[in-house]
Ligand binder design. Structure first.
Ligand SMILES: [Zn+2]
Length: 341
């Protein structure tokens, strides 16, 4: 039995009893919803996983955090007051070109602060046919600002994005996957109340400040009422040597060989789990990104510059090969195909 199934059968989280769909009877996403309908009390008590067991039909999710390259250095660059819209445009065009080559529709989590001064970049994404979702406004980590400020930031970004696109915003990713494990319930309440249909803010491997490893590694329903539901799409992890490893993107993708990433995708798909990947436009840029020069020397800018440039030149070829071998798409298409949106 796959680990991801055994880990979600029945457990307690924050003092609440969690219930999972028994794996003995394979369930499609739609069947899970029907199961929920028969047992609404279970929904109120906890989470139900969204299970796809037919590996041949598993589509994977490609998500893009659309933001300026320096966001991971946080306030340092923002304080410098620099605008890098042209760099972001160059990086975005390179990524859009690669996606167009593979006719791959992706989900773009758009950061208000980066895109508001450059609505033309957002129009390029929409014009290329991709899904637009929110990455918040300021990119300030939730533990630093608290849930009240997070809520205001989220609402601001949703209003801005809905106004620009003329459509409701259905998806969200928190900055740097920064949801504190102890605040997960309240975080989901805020997302649900904001009208979101899905979230992808959890990267469930062992790392301080990130949601804890007991969280299911496959997509699962976290909130539901009579009208709608909120589904979490955790970024991909694989279990090896009794621990979870982060294989869904970021530094792991820059350092891992492409063959290892492909093995991880195949492994999850064999278990009927869609692989949720995330990338940033700056990872497809060939220029050296120098946070030290841009924001001054500090421990953070030095480590960022070293970490983020390492292996970055290999990202284009890795994603190119991945999209050649596997089917990736936008989150909303995945949900719609499963009858969940
Ligand atoms: Zn981000």
């Amino acid at each position: 039995m796959p680990e991801s199934m055994t880990s979600v059968l029945s457990y307690r989280h924050n003092g609440r009893h969690m219930i999972a769909v028994p794996p003995a009877k394979p369930l499609s996403c739609l069947n899970v919803v029907r199961t929920l309908g028969k047992n609404p009390g279970a929904v109120a008590q906890g989470w139900m996983p969204v299970v796809a067991t037919d590996s041949s039909s598993v589509g994977n999710l490609l998500t893009v955090d659309l933001e300026d390259w320096y966001q991971l250095t946080g306030d340092l660059m923002a304080a410098a007051g620099r605008s890098h819209g042209n760099i972001l445009a160059r990086q975005l065009d390179r990524l859009l070109e690669l996606l167009a080559k593979h006719e791959c529709r992706a989900t773009f989590f758009c950061l208000g602060k980066s895109l508001a001064p450059r609505p033309d970049l957002l129009k390029r994404v929409i014009g290329a046919g991709h899904e637009v979702a929110t990455h918040g406004w300021e990119h300030r980590r939730i533990p630093r600002i608290g849930l009240r400020a997070f809520r205001e930031d989220l609402i601001r970004s949703i209003a801005w994005l809905a106004d620009l696109t003329g459509k409701p915003v259905t998806g969200h990713r928190a900055p740097a996957f920064s949801v504190p494990p102890q605040d997960l319930d309240e975080f989901y309440d805020i997302c649900f109340d904001a009208g979101l249909a899905y979230d992808s803010s959890v990267f469930p491997y062992r790392r301080e400040g990130l949601a804890a490893r007991e969280i299911p590694s496959r997509p699962h329903i976290v909130r539901q009422n009579d009208q709608r539901r909120l589904i979490e799409f955790p970024v991909a992890t694989v279990t090896w040597a009794r621990r979870r490893w982060a294989v869904g993107g970021g530094g792991w993708w820059r350092l891992l060989p492409g063959s290892a990433i492909q093995s991880a995708v195949a492994r999850l798909n064999r278990q009927g789990i869609p692989f949720t990947a995330y990338v940033h436009p700056y990872e497809f840029d060939t220029c050296f990104l120098n946070a030290v020069r841009a924001a001054g020397p500090s421990w953070r800018t030095v480590t960022w510059t070293l970490k983020q440039n390492l292996g970055r030149s290999s990202m284009y070829a890795k994603l190119d090969r991945l999209l050649t071998r596997f089917r990736f798409g936008a989150v909303e298409d995945h949900l719609r195909g499963a009858g969940l949106l």
